[in-house]
Design a protein around this ligand. Sequence first.
Ligand code: 13P
Length: 293
Amino acid sequence: MKLPLALLATTSGASAFTTVNNGPRSITELSASRQPIMAGNWKMNPTTEADALNLANGFCALLNEMADTCAMDDVEGCTEVVLFPPFPFISKVKDIVGKEGVTVGSQQVYYEDKGAFTGSVAASMVKSVGCEYVLCGHSERRALFSDSDVNINSKVKKVLEFGMKPILCVGETQDEYDLGITQEVCAMQVSKDLAGVSKKDMKDVVIAYEPVWAIGTGLVCEADAANKVHKFIRTVLAKMYDEEVAQSTRIQYGGSVTPESVDGLMAMSDIDGCLVGGASLFSDKFARICNFQ
Ligand code: 13P
């Protein structure tokens, strides 16, 4: 069974045209080209290799029953699925999930190439074990490990330099939400973290809007409200690049996504996938999320 491209049915219907190398393409066409992408961020879980491999095996068995996944180039009719296991488990998890067309990514890299940086992992290292994606700017890295926008920007560029794809996480804290400055925070993070990234490289960049107050709290952002922020992020991309980049960049939502909330989120015009934490640790929940309706 192939998953339907949910976005085909829910694009904005805008009629403006933009010019690309092959000639003009409508905004509707560009947004319809955004392949859904579901990602499972395992964070610092599970606690042993055996448990990690069990989770990967269980997920694959269910995913196989429910849906086809596929590599990014094969855009027609499938959802891209990426898992972010902890570093020690990446290779073995890749061996298991790769057979189902699921890719793996790294939760973090350091921006230096190599050297005396005890405890750090370089982009070349995760690339060499088969990572295709790297999370950059996750709020837990920003808050707990002092990841600044300058450092995040260096990481994004390093990931691209090594031929991988960054998933850039942005989003407001509870205090910023209460102050009503969600847009300002997202605009600032997107513009600083993507500074110097070329238009050409933007085809490999995924953005994840993750309101910090929704992460791990069970407080999923209302689909409409999340969609408004996604639309706003596209206006930021349009200013930084152009309408083509704005409409073709994939933007995920993250924060307490569950099987119960995924369908509503994915029905939105500007939500192209989800970045899932807690629910990705349950094979049945994550398989259902990947098989959103
Ligand atoms: P939860 O799904 O547990 O809220 O985590 C979201 C997240 O941080 C994904 O990166």
